[in-house]
Design a protein around this ligand. Sequence first.
Ligand code: AMP
Length: 290
Amino acid sequence: MMQIIKNKNEISRIVGKLKKEGKKIGLVPTMGALHEGHLSLIKRCKEECDITIISIFVNPVQFGPNEDFARYPRDFERDREMASQEEVDIIFYPEPGEMYGDRHLTYVNVEKMEKIMCGKFRPGHFKGVCTVVLKLFNIIIPDNAYFGMKDFQQLAILKKMVSDLDINIQIVGCETVREPDGLALSSRNAYLNQEERKNANILFQAINLAESEVRQGRSVKTARISAVKMLKECSFVKKIDYFDIRDPVELKALKNPGKQNMKILIASAIWFGKTRLIDNKVVEMSQNQS
Ligand code: AMP
């Protein structure tokens, strides 16, 4: 039977008991509005762990004052049903007051990496993400925690956080799940109207174009220009927050890829109508590309 726990002391106690029994604990943090992307993380967790816990918490601290916290999609009954289908063991579903007391003053900041890419346009966002994830880690103390590559910067920052702060939890990055036309699954895709939805895969197409250009030996600058041009030609694209080519570990800007077997990250965020879409791809340059 799947358990739904709202209280942090209670979940700590239950997990502590399971650990004493020698169970390997996996955690999948989410903000709910579950879709196949989340389910792929849950499936991976179930493969690798004895107990699968998902958290559902729309974390107020990671939303800016003008962002979509209030209208973020929430449907706990649907999420509960989907989690139960996947045979999740425990849903941790705290209220904001349970996670943050009246006078919360402590935050986690991964410097430099939180200022670039999405962080440049969403100040404080990654501080909110790191803080809530570290709190979840401290409450649950899982062995493994599962995150999607869809939010690549988040994954890279969290890996850095556990490494820098000596947190003994394995961060597992999972491939992005896409619609058949290439659009990355996201809870925010629900904001798109029909016409927008039909055209929204332009972001993935632009990333693929940049990939093919660097694979053909063009410079990062040229690849970027081609991709940005493609995005600008689409009338639904209202703004390009960034289109960056970076190293996938510390997210440093790359001048030129092309060393043997070097991996590069191509990542972008755009405003598609009133919806902000993000996507990325990690490309492994093969030996015969220079
Ligand atoms: P969210 O509920 O949007 O905070 O996402 C919870 C987790 O699911 C994060 O680790 C996301 O990276 C991951 N996720 C979201 N969309 C996808 C997707 N399309 N493919 C794989 N993982 C995803």
